[in-house]
Design a protein around this ligand. Structure first.
Ligand code: SF4
Length: 381
């Protein structure tokens, strides 16, 4: 029996000496939000997260220039199990391999580079890197970046595209005889996370699952959203490792880990939350930030958006606040209003229409105008 929920017969995999799956206690993970090039800040955060109880700490890299920094971070983090997020640049896997215990690739990002090479060949190369450097792997699919092939194959059914993309990559890894991997299927909507993981688990009961509600946002709402998904899944024995993704300033980043352990303890003890009407009004999603965040004002911006929009709490609208230009445009696609950070300005989007760039000082006033307009339109309708 795992520490939360019923035992499930996933295979056990080794990640830098830590077991995931196979009935082992659920591992709580977290991710650094610092710039990887800022070695001191990142080392500090690695230790902050590990000391709070993170069994695995992830760092994002998408550029070979960051590899020397990673090497130094590795040297200054003895005993910490490190994972690296390859983001859009899977080609750096062989450069980061010597300094980490696990790599995460997103099947939805493999098509960005080396377009002439097949997805199967790219995965085969990643497996050869993993074997050479004794790495575990995570296949991390995300509703905000499903591989275009699968979106075309399942028109209008993003969830099916997401799940089948993950199942397809498991098949590629099976064919290569590589078993040391976990899968994650993430979305910002807890109900979709539950549905995706349940369906995947029924198709691939052998594969360990990493659970996460992406862009859950600021606490306490971000913790509640995450709990809603994790409780349902963990109670059914689904989930071998978890991450609570919260928008937090660096000094409080370890609260992600504490929240994860609290959820596990509560599920183990049979304590489940009941929050009547949660999720029926204004939904603010925001990313947990990572090394890509473009302006340190991001967390403050997310907090200001929350404060400014309290008056609209009963309206069923979604506002998304993202930390960078790379994922911001895609991750705000499903929102009524989307904001994402640039170095000196914030981009604002109404549904799919870009409204422009605004300074950090101006954007809130324009957001309020657009929100008022949306509420008025809905009331008139
Ligand atoms: S949206 Fe950008 S800054 Fe935020 S977590 Fe994703 S990659 Fe990092």
């Amino acid at each position: 029996m795992s520490q939360a929920g019923m035992a499930r017969s996933t295979r056990a995999i080794d990640v830098g000496g830590t077991q995931i799956g196979g009935g082992a206690p659920v591992v709580v993970q977290s991710m650094c939000a610092t710039r990887t090039m800022d070695i001191d800040d990142t080392v500090r955060q690695v230790h902050q997260l590990a000391q709070a109880g993170a069994g695995i700490v992830r760092i994002a890299l998408d550029n070979e220039k960051e590899v020397p920094a990673l090497k130094e971070i590795r040297a200054q983090s003895p005993g910490v199990v490190l994972s690296v997020d390859l983001q859009e640049n899977y080609r750096i896997a062989d450069k980061v391999g010597p300094y980490v215990d696990k790599i995460r690739y997103n099947p939805g990002h493999l098509h960005h580079i080396e377009k002439a090479k097949s997805i199967a060949d790219k995965v085969s190369w990643l497996v050869s890197v993993a074997r050479e450097h004794n790495l575990a792997m995570r296949v991390g699919v995300n509703c905000g970046s499903v591989a275009p092939d699968f979106l075309r194959r399942y028109p209008g059914d993003q969830l099916a595209a997401l799940i089948e993309s993950a199942v397809y990559h498991c098949g590629l890894l099976d064919d290569l005889g590589f078993t040391r991997f976990v899968v994650s299927l993430k979305d910002s909507d807890p109900a979709k996370v539950v549905e995706a993981n349940r369906r995947f688990a029924s198709q691939r009961p052998d594969v360990p699952l990493h659970l996460g509600v992406t862009e859950a946002g600021l606490p306490p709402d971000g913790i509640i959203k995450t709990r809603l998904a994790f409780e349902k899944l963990l109670a059914q024995g689904i989930g071998d490792t978890i991450r609570v993704s919260l928008t937090l300033p660096h000094a409080r980043k370890h609260e992600e880990v504490l929240a994860g352990h609290q959820i596990l303890a509560d599920v183990t003890n049979g304590h489940f939350i009941s929050v009547p009407d949660f999720g029926k009004g204004l939904n603010i999603i925001s990313c947990p930030s990572c090394s890509r965040v473009e302006n340190e004002k991001f967390v403050e911006l997310a907090e200001q958006v929350k404060e400014l929009t309290t008056y609209a709490a009963q309206h069923r609208l979604t506002i998304a606040v993202m930390g960078c230009r790379v994922n911001g445009p895609g991750e705000t696609d499903d929102a009524d209003l989307g904001l994402w950070c640039g170095p000196t300005t914030v981009n604002l989007k109404l549904k799919n229409r870009k409204l422009g760039n605004f300074s950090y000082d101006e954007v809130l006033a324009r957001l309020r105008t657009e929100l008022d307009r949306l509420i008025a339109e809905r009331s008139a309708a």
